[in-house]
Every structure is written in structure tokens, then in C-alpha cells.
Design a binder for this molecule. Structure first.
Ligand SMILES: CC(C)(COP(=O)(O)OP(=O)(O)OC[C@H]1O[C@@H](n2cnc3c(N)ncnc32)[C@H](O)[C@@H]1OP(=O)(O)O)[C@@H](O)C(=O)NCCC(=O)NCCS
Length: 155
């Protein structure tokens, strides 16, 4: 990923997540390669950004902090392919284990991770803000969604 990719990345990000990352966060990640922030894009045949992944690598431990595909290319098995590429890349960089957090309700992502060899190793209760159905909303009531922690040993 390079700075010139950011307009496309930000559009994909805004369509993908309820709380998308800002341009500043992506710029910060891009500027911190020497601190282990690795930012990759998946290019389509016409040289557009079809997806991206951001990992942090500290010593031999890696965290997949953003993994995303353009909505136009979802549902075709590309998630499995992109994850394999990312895992192979971090292995080449010396990672021995990789972790990530995923919303409990994000079944598509979980299937991709499980098929990629990850397993669920923990849960953070109420980690993510979540929106409540309108009928159940009331002042002061804040909905939360659990984060599942997935891990994969690479050695
Ligand atoms: C996660 C993501 C990369 C997966 O992309 P994808 O490969 O196109 O996903 P698919 O639509 O092919 O779904 C993957 C699997 O989940 C299944 N799936 C999809 N939606 C599902 C649902 N609502 N319930 C159950 N299974 C579902 C698919 O059938 C498929 O299973 P299979 O490959 O075993 O047949 C993509 O959805 C994405 O970019 N989402 C937005 C960003 C995001 O949530 N990233 C993950 C953050 S942790």
C-alpha cells in the first residue's frame, strides 16, 4: 500500500465498517513500517485496489488489524485467497504466530479465518459498539458486541 492508494482504500473502508478508520490512521500505519506496521493491497486486473490488509509485527508475533475486500469482489472466495497471501507474507517476514479480533456477528470473516487454519482462542465481552434495533433503543442504553480472538501458529 502506498499513499496514492488511500482514496480507494478509504472508500472501501467507509463501505465496509460501521466505524471506519480515518485517513490519518492509514497514514500513521504507512509511516510506521520501521515499527512493524505492514500494509498490503490486493490489486485487481485493472490495477484498482480490490482489498487490503494491515498487520503489526513485533518480534515473532503478528496481529492482523485490518483485513478487507471491496464489496464488489466479495462472495467469490477471494477472502480465502487474500488471507492465504497475507499469512504467507507474514511468515516470510518472520512471524511465528498471528492473532486477530473479529465481531461475533461477522460470520463471513470468521469462516474465512477458520478455513485458513485459525481457531477461536478467546473472547472480549462487549468489546465493540453495536447498534440496537430501533424498537429497543432508549437513552443511556448502549449496545455492545463481543470480539472473538482468533489465533494461528505459523511455525
Ligand atoms: C471478511 C471478508 C474479507 C470476506 O470476504 P469474502 O471471501 O468475499 O466472503 P464471502 O462472502 O465469500 O464469505 C466467506 C464465507 O462465509 C460465508 N458467509 C458469508 N456471509 C455469511 C453469513 N451471513 N452467514 C454465514 N456464512 C456466511 C460464505 O458462504 C463463505 O463461506 P465458504 O467460503 O465456506 O463457502 C469480506 O466480507 C469483507 O471485506 N468484509 C468487510 C470487512 C471485514 O469485516 N473484515 C474482517 C474484519 S475482522
Amino acid at each position: 500500500m502506498v499513499v496514492q492508494d488511500l482514496p480507494q482504500v478509504l472508500q472501501i473502508e467507509a463501505e465496509a465498517y460501521p466505524s471506519p478508520w480515518s485517513e490519518r490512521i492509514f497514514l500513521d500505519c504507512l509511516s510506521r513500517r520501521d515499527q512493524g506496521y505492514l500494509c498490503r493491497t490486493l490489486q485487481s486486473k485493472n490495477n484498482r485496489v480490490a482489498g487490503y490488509a494491515i498487520v503489526t509485527l513485533v518480534l515473532e508475533e503478528c496481529e492482523l488489524v485490518n483485513f478487507c475486500l471491496h464489496r464488489d469482489v466479495r462472495g467469490q472466495g477471494l477472502g480465502h485467497h487474500w488471507l492465504r497471501q497475507v499469512v504467507s507474507f507474514v511468515r516470510e517476514q518472520g512471524a511465528c504466530q498471528i492473532f486477530l479480533e473479529v465481531r461475533e456477528g461477522n460470520t463471513a470473516a470468521q469462516r474465512v479465518y477458520l478455513e485458513g487454519g485459525f481457531s477461536e482462542i478467546g473472547r472480549r465481552k462487549g468489546y465493540y459498539p453495536a447498534s440496537l434495533p430501533i424498537a429497543t433503543r432508549s437513552p443511556g442504553l448502549v449496545a455492545r458486541e463481543d470480539a472473538l480472538i482468533f489465533g494461528l501458529m505459523l511455525s
